[in-house]
Ligand binder design. Structure first.
Ligand SMILES: [Cu+2]
Length: 280
């Protein structure tokens, strides 16, 4: 509950791309009436290696299910469900439809046994300043499961025949926005032609190793509406004005090791390139 409140406050600052937040409230206060995940399925252990239905409802502070979500151009709409293994070895990012009475369900295949964090980024269609907020819960798949150490920072990744390479080694500092250029080329070395996917040319999803804090930015096409990401007065929206180049906005709230999952659609399918980042 405390987390939900913090997430909400930070989300207002981040105007649509907030972090789940760390920190803590120290006073004892009345339980706040907050948004919460309800009726999370599976309640027990999910199977490994075959599809299972993950489902939940977003409960409003009133206790009623949330049924109305923002619509329109750009990525800041609807409900985003991101599931990562707690060692950040795998990610699932989906935008499931909202069913009757606000029930949201999606098929998920858990590749390995272990603990998974499900993060739900919510863009409610409610009045006032609330733009988005995040809720999370942990899911278990199978029995046991060894956490693998994160690979050390590397400057390139090859995914489905596409090479995704950082143009230069980034020097990242907590709380300081940076634009990190990436080059994406196909199997023949030609610049990749990015296709808009869920309102952006690329989605950059960041998780902090260990505490699994979360941040998310977008790379927008020139002139795209509803795509921008801001923190305070500074824009951390990446831009891409030519094929094969993604300028990814990075703004991480804490130093340490982060995992970036850079997702873009090329040739009709979404590719996910993982990178380990050191933040000073
Ligand atoms: Cu996104």
């Amino acid at each position: 509950m405390r987390r939900a409140v913090l997430g909400l406050a930070l989300a207002l600052v981040a105007a649509g791309c907030g972090s789940g937040g760390g920190g803590g409230l120290t006073q004892r206060i009345q339980p706040a009436r907050v948004y919460a995940l309800a009726g999370v399925q599976p309640a027990g252990r999910a199977p490994v290696g075959r599809p299972t239905t993950v489902a939940f409802t977003i409960q409003q502070p009133s206790g009623k299910p949330l049924t109305q979500f923002r619509t329109g151009p750009g990525p800041h709409t609807g409900v985003h469900v991101i599931i990562v293994r707690d060692d950040l070895s795998t990610i699932v990012h989906q935008h499931p439809p909202v069913g009757p009475n606000g029930r949201i369900s999606l098929p998920v295949t858990f590749p390995r046994p272990g603990r998974y964090r499900m993060l739900v980024d919510v863009y409610p269609a409610v009045g006032g300043q609330l733009r988005n907020f995040q809720l999370h819960t942990d899911l278990r798949a199978g029995v046991g499961g060894v956490r693998r150490p994160l690979p050390p920072p590397q400057s390139e990744a090859t995914v489905d025949g596409y090479r995704v390479a950082m143009a230069r080694e980034p020097h990242l500092v907590a709380i300081q926005p940076a634009l990190v250029p990436f080059k994406v080329t196909d199997a023949n070395g030609r610049p990749a032609a990015f296709e808009p996917w869920y309102g952006a040319l690329a989605h950059a999803i960041f998780f902090h190793a260990g505490n699994l804090d979360y941040f998310h930015t977008h790379v927008c096409a020139p002139g795209a509406t509803g795509c921008a990401s801001l923190l305070g007065g500074s824009s951390i929206t990446g831009r891409s004005s030519r094929p094969g180049v993604l300028n990814v906005g990075v703004l991480l709230p804490e130093p340490g090791t982060w995992r970036l999952f850079l997702q873009t659609q090329v040739g009709g399918r979404v590719i996910t390139a993982p990178f380990t980042l050191k933040v000073h």
